[in-house]
Design a protein around this ligand. Structure first.
Ligand code: HEM
Ligand code: HEM
Length: 222
């Protein structure tokens, strides 16, 4: 039985976030700072969107459903955890990545490159704070890159060693509910399809996310 586990907004948000972060790294290496800020802004919008969607979105997108307690982590490590969506360890890495992106974007808005480009808050917070934020911003890239590397490695292990098609699920939204996370067969009727929100609900949520991030970037003053 194939069921939908990731709604369209979660999937679009994921791939666009990956693209914006790649764009932020590429543009900064090319010295294209305006583009660097635009990609960073896009990443900011997507994370704010994901945070709101994590409160009101589909069942598998909700933080209350996938933020793990110690019990579920232990049962996952013992191989007895059953469920659809993010597994307890995956959920920790998701939260860490979202937090790392927020940190990267927030420090970016206060950074300066000592030549031509200032983040929108750089002047307002003062040169000393801006320089400190620039230091954090350039160092924390390694945390973000490390988490992304670990994420892609974990996905590769699931895909190639454990034969669980996670990437396909993140593209199509669908997963074979006949197998548990550990690859064992689930008894018929053992899995209920998660409740999904209508994707159009994501449209006003996106509008709010754009507005909130634009305010954060002081675009209303520009
Ligand atoms: C900049 C790069 C990336 C970032 C920041 C990132 C971030 C994330 C986040 C935040 C989630 C949670 C999705 C949600 O609940 O909204 C996720 C899930 C996922 N990502 Fe990525 N991702 C990146 C790149 C990739 C790449 C390149 C792949 C594939 C090769 C990938 C495959 C997946 C898969 C399969 C899941 C679902 C995991 C599960 O079943 O629990 N990601 N990613
Ligand atoms: C996910 C989003 C972001 C990522 C991954 C990212 C990544 C980076 C990296 C890796 C550098 C260091 C480049 C180097 O030293 O060669 C950098 C520098 C910089 N970033 Fe970002 N950034 C992001 C968002 C932003 C945003 C939103 C802004 C401003 C609005 C910003 C402003 C800056 C500035 C001003 C520098 C120059 C610092 C310097 O020259 O020392 N960044 N960023």
């Amino acid at each position: 039985m194939r069921i939908t586990i990731w709604d369209l907004p979660v999937r679009l948000c994921h791939w666009l976030l990956a693209l914006s972060i790649a764009g932020a790294f590429i543009s900064v290496n090319m010295g294209e700072m305006e583009w660097h800020m635009r990609f960073g802004f896009a990443a900011g919008v997507l994370v704010v969107f994901r945070l709101i969607w994590g409160l009101i979105g589909s069942e598998t997108a909700r933080f209350t459903r996938f933020i793990p307690g110690p019990g579920s982590i232990v049962s996952y490590l013992r191989g007895t955890w059953r469920g659809l969506g993010h597994n307890p360890l995956g959920a920790l890495s998701v939260l860490a990545m979202l937090a790392a992106v927020i940190f990267q974007v927030a420090t970016g808005t206060m950074s300066n490159d000592d030549i031509l480009f200032d983040g929108p808050w750089a002047v307002r917070v003062g040169k000393d704070t801006s320089d400190m934020m620039t230091g954090w911003h350039t160092t924390s890239r390694w945390v973000l890159l490390g988490l992304i590397g670990l994420h892609i490695l974990a996905v590769a292990v699931y895909t190639f060693l454990l034969k669980k098609p996670l990437v396909r699920a993140m593209i199509t939204g669908k997963m074979d509910a006949g197998k548990t996370d550990a690859g064992e067969a689930v008894p018929e009727g053992g899995v209920r399809a998660p409740r999904m929100r209508h994707p159009l609900v994501a449209v006003p949520v996106l509008a709010v996310a754009i507005a909130v991030t634009a305010i954060g970037f002081r675009y209303w003053l520009a």
